[in-house]
Design a protein around this ligand. Sequence first.
Ligand SMILES: Cc1cc2nc3c(=O)[nH]c(=O)nc-3n(C[C@H](O)[C@H](O)[C@H](O)COP(=O)(O)OP(=O)(O)OC[C@H]3O[C@@H](n4cnc5c(N)ncnc54)[C@H](O)[C@@H]3O)c2cc1C
Length: 454
Amino acid sequence: MKKITIIGGGPAGYAAALYANNFDLEVTLVESDVLGGTCLNRGCIPAKYWLHVAELNHEISTSENYGINIEGKSIDWNKTALKRIEIVEKLVSGIKLLLKSKDVNVIEGWGSIENKNSVLVKKLDGTTEKIESDYIILATGSKPRNLPNIEPDENFIVTSDSALNWEEPPKKVCIVGAGAIGCEFASLLNDLGSEATVVEMAKEILPGLDKRTSGELRKQLSKRGVDFKLNSSIKAIEGNTVNFSDGEKKGYDCVLIAVGRAPLTENIGLENVNISLENGFINVDLDTFQTSEENIFALGDIVNNTPQLAHAAFAEAISSVTYIALGEKKPLDYNAIPYVVYTRPELAEVGLNAEKAKSEDIEVEQAQHSFAGVGRAMITEQNQGLVKVYAQKEGPIVGASVCGPSAGEMIHEIMYMVGWEALPEEAAEFIHAHPTLSEAVGESLLGLTGKGLH
Ligand SMILES: Cc1cc2nc3c(=O)[nH]c(=O)nc-3n(C[C@H](O)[C@H](O)[C@H](O)COP(=O)(O)OP(=O)(O)OC[C@H]3O[C@@H](n4cnc5c(N)ncnc54)[C@H](O)[C@@H]3O)c2cc1C
């Protein structure tokens, strides 16, 4: 029986451990903190919990538009925090149980490579254990990236790690970085009644995503009161005052640094083997996830040039374990992996957008449909935003970007079209239920064929 040692029990590591149970493989998983990694403990789940609480607060605050008067609304922040902790704990114990049921040997401690077949674990009680195996999978994840000269104290200057543990959100927050994490915090803080300024060096929020839909999201958040400073940066923080590059100085209760995530590839013994790195990220063969040391694999946030997403990590785990077990290559179609920003409204994208198509020299045709006249969106007062769909000129559908209600769910139907290279006229033949938000996708597809209905 082949033996695998996995370092890191986040989405990449625990998914690899679970999937290995489908084959004749013996697995040891080393985790230094809490199983579930960033995603369950400091990322996806607590962030989406906060966003849900914020959206609920917004819904209740606007219920009188529907004749539902709620008097004396208040928030018990203690209870809000307890529910978040309860959900995270349930998910973590679910992972523990799953790993146990699949005979994964979980060891608590810090793992580092001793040589290409051996991992040394420094356990929490100070003892060490050596694990010998045929294969090693590195899945050590990432940590918040810092700005030069601005060291988070996790009190006034914070990262998402501690912000997600806020008992009560600060009243006035400066968010540095308008990527997915920065925008999600801006949206939830705004819905919970806090003031948010978002400072971003690029010309538009969510750099890399479709400019039209990102601009739409920015306009909607601005209308709600989020203050965006684009083409800007922070020069210094003096006491509670932030000095911006445009000369403005403003006081805040908190500064949240959200400028990306750095790979956790230090102190894991990479110097003891021959593994190629680029800016701290591990280079892999994307067909197998093998590093330059052929029996050592790397997955998830530490992999160079791949998206830092939990669902990408799950898929990479399946692909690499299949290769280890069967020798079969199962490369992922990264182009068909959806990217979702869980703001209100959501922004979701898959495949190419106008800017990416241009940079790759691919000629595309596009069609869009606004939610303005979509009945279901009007009912919920969410009829702003749009669906944009792209097809290669005289070819298949190659991408889409949606800014609007439930965009993160809707994007999945276009994911299949991109993955299966559906032609616009084929996809447009299918009929969407009425009244649904997805009708906007149907209308965009009709638009792509040049025969829009509404
Ligand atoms: C605020 C926030 C929101 C996010 N929201 C989303 C979202 O909505 N959707 C999405 O897809 N992604 C989201 N992400 C990203 C997602 O969390 C990551 O892409 C995902 O967790 C990466 O999984 P991973 O297994 O590679 O790493 P991690 O989840 O970081 O797990 C790595 C694990 O390895 C352990 N470890 C590290 N070094 C060692 C060692 N030497 N020995 C033993 N153990 C070690 C760590 O303790 C950790 O548990 C979000 C991230 C953040 C910060």
